[in-house]
Design a protein around this ligand. Structure first.
Ligand code: B12
Length: 211
């Protein structure tokens, strides 16, 4: 199944891709495995975009396929009785100026399915919106995603906004997205950065669950 799913996504066959994912989930396939196939497919789409073989419409269609498939996977997880949301709360969003959300959604999905209560603010989230939501939701962890190098400044500004609001000591902040690394972590003042959704879950567990 997984190769067929990857091929359907990369081949831009939307209906087939969503159907394959639905069938796999209904047949009892682990939702995480389905999401891993999606991640591989998006990687390949990205490669083709960079090689000039694919253009913006293909990227947008990929985003739509990802949204549909992760909805199905999420529904499956709750039907299967995913762990109670007891580990802690994570606030997450893609920072101001950036509308990429496929990776952020994978991270939110993995946190959710690993027992965290996740509030997802979506994309292009300004610093004040992060702060406002943190006041209401009281997360222990804040996750910020960025795929554009232009979004590093907004990441830093968001962390400064937490400082100004007097909330910086109450949250651990992790950042991620393909161009993020140790240097960007230092630049923005985040507590840590994560390479992928597995690292995001490990960080959140370390900070909240003491695991
Ligand atoms: C798909 C895509 C799009 C889609 C996004 C659809 C969507 N709903 O997200 C669309 C078509 C909308 C798009 C638009 C644009 N894009 Co674009 N896009 C991509 C592409 C091909 C793939 C990104 C992706 O989804 N990867 C797959 C996911 C699963 O990986 P990921 O995001 O890295 O996430 C993983 C990790 O990074 C990590 N992670 C992510 N977030 C977080 C958060 C935390 C807290 C942690 C711990 C970890 C973590 O975990 C994830 C899961 O493993 C990349 C190229 C690439 N190879 O990355 C370009 C790319 C990011 N885009 C680029 C550009 C330039 C643009 C546009 C400006 C194009 C334009 N001319 O309009 C616009 C930007 C508009 C804006 N304001 O944001 C450039 C950025 C260059 C740069 N240096 O800034 C790239 C690198 C392509 C390129 N080589 O030129 N894009």
């Amino acid at each position: 199944m997984s190769e067929k799913l990857v091929e359907a996504i990369v081949g831009m066959r939307e209906k087939e891709a969503v159907e394959l994912a639905r069938e796999a989930l209904e047949a009892g396939r682990d939702p995480m495995e389905v999401m891993e196939s999606c991640r591989r497919a998006v990687e390949e789409v990205g490669r083709r975009y960079e090689a000039g073989e694919y253009f913006l419409p293909e990227l947008m269609l990929t985003g739509q396929m990802m949204a549909q498939i992760s909805e199905l996977a999420k529904a499956r997880l709750s039907a299967a009785g995913a762990p109670q949301k007891r580990l802690g709360r994570v606030l997450i969003g893609t920072v101001k100026g950036d509308i990429h959300d496929i990776g952020k959604n994978v991270v939110a999905f993995m946190l959710d399915s690993n027992g965290f209560e996740v509030k997802d603010l979506g994309v292009d989230v300004p610093p004040e919106r992060f702060v406002e939501a943190a006041r209401e939701f009281q997360p222990q962890v804040v996750g910020m995603s960025a795929l554009l190098t232009l979004a590093f400044d907004p990441m830093k500004e968001t962390i400064q906004a937490f400082e100004k609001a007097g909330l910086r000591d109450q949250v651990k902040i992790m950042i991620g997205g393909a161009p993020v690394n140790e240097q960007i972590k230092e630049f923005t003042g985040a507590d840590a950065w994560g390479r992928d959704a597995v690292e995001a879950v490990a960080l959140a567990k370390k900070w909240v669950g003491g695991v």
